[in-house]
Design a protein around this ligand. Structure first.
Ligand code: SAM
Length: 288
């Protein structure tokens, strides 16, 4: 098999275009971090546990907001992402907010391979929310994670549930759960959209949208449908020990229109749609 780097490069162009639009809506982020701001949710904080003083790598970190939040929890952090604009933004944010972090612009497969060959090792490998669907080879990814963890180190992921990713905006089925076999991408010609704008319009209807308006992405993207079984099997085959598997019937972001708010910042399907898992969390440990 092997990772499909040519597809990853096309994804990089799409993420480069979208990331500027996303950040244009988020206001003065540096000030928020200087004041101790946090973007991590209770679910990943719970699965991460105490990370003070630990070496944590955040894979597919985008513009570094969660990476800096890991640093605010006391970890020594490294962020890795394929997008040039995301990593440039992350470096700027780290400097302006005076929150220390190291960032690398790289395809996650290249970074894992190069790091495995070096002496650098991590206590925690973390990724979240919209990470797994960009991976073209789960086995190589999981082997790479196992290779860069110290003995006893942990992998932690919280991501959107593959059941939810099967559904269209109107909650009807649009995509398979998994490809049940070799990876085959689905191509979306419209690329990464401005979901930050969409979320703001859903949560604060009628409020004028700051930043880029009516964003159109000229670059297509290629996503991979991986089921929970695919992900867990890849981690187990890489020699990691499964320590947590959670499914959550809510999500922390309103990606679809017409979701109901349940508690602070938690979104559930509208009336008439049965409860389904919208997010999952996995932790896995490398043996001593
Ligand atoms: C939805 S974002 C993840 C956001 C993340 N949860 C955060 O902390 O903000 C997905 C990220 O994956 C990155 N990505 C996609 N394919 C990649 C690859 N092959 N290697 C590294 N990063 C990749 C994209 O550039 C994008 O920043």
């Amino acid at each position: 098999m092997g990772a499909d780097k040519a597809l990853h490069e096309e994804n990089r162009r799409s993420w480069n275009a979208a990331t500027d639009a996303h950040n244009s809506h988020k206001g003065d982020q540096a000030t928020r971090y200087r004041q101790g701001g946090q973007t991590l949710h209770p679910e990943e904080r719970e699965l991460l546990g105490e990370i003070r003083g630990l070496d944590v790598v955040h894979l597919q970190c985008n513009s570094g907001q969660d990476t800096l939040s890991l640093a605010q929890m006391g970890a020594v952090v490294t962020g890795v992402d394929i997008s040039d604009t995301a990593i440039a933004f992350a470096c700027r944010l780290s400097e302006e907010a005076a929150v220390a972090a190291t960032f690398h612009r790289a395809d996650v497969y290249d970074w894992l391979e190069e790091t495995a060959l070096s002496d650098q090792r991590f206590d925690v490998v973390f990724c979240s929310y919209g990470a797994i669907c960009w991976l073209s080879d789960l086995s190589a990814w999981a082997r790479g994670i196992a290779a860069v963890l110290r003995p006893g180190g942990r992998f932690v992921v919280v991501d959107f549930h593959p059941v939810w990713l099967m559904l269209d905006d109107d909650w009807t089925l649009k995509a398979p759960y998994s490809r049940f076999g070799p990876a085959r991408p689905t191509t979306y010609p419209d690329g990464i959209g401005d979901y930050v704008a969409m979320e703001m319009q859903t949560t604060e209807p009628g409020k004028p949208l700051p930043g880029v308006q009516d964003f159109q992405n000229p670059h297509p993207v290629h996503e991979f449908a991986w089921g929970i079984g695919d992900i867990v099997t890849a981690l187990l085959d890489a020699g990691l020990l499964l320590t947590t598997l959670r499914e959550y019937p809510y999500t922390n972001s309103a990606h679809f229109p017409a979701m109901n708010v349940q508690g602070e910042g938690r979104f559930v399907p509208p009336e008439g749609v049965p409860a389904i898992p919208l997010m999952y969390g996995i932790t896995a440990r490398k043996g001593l």
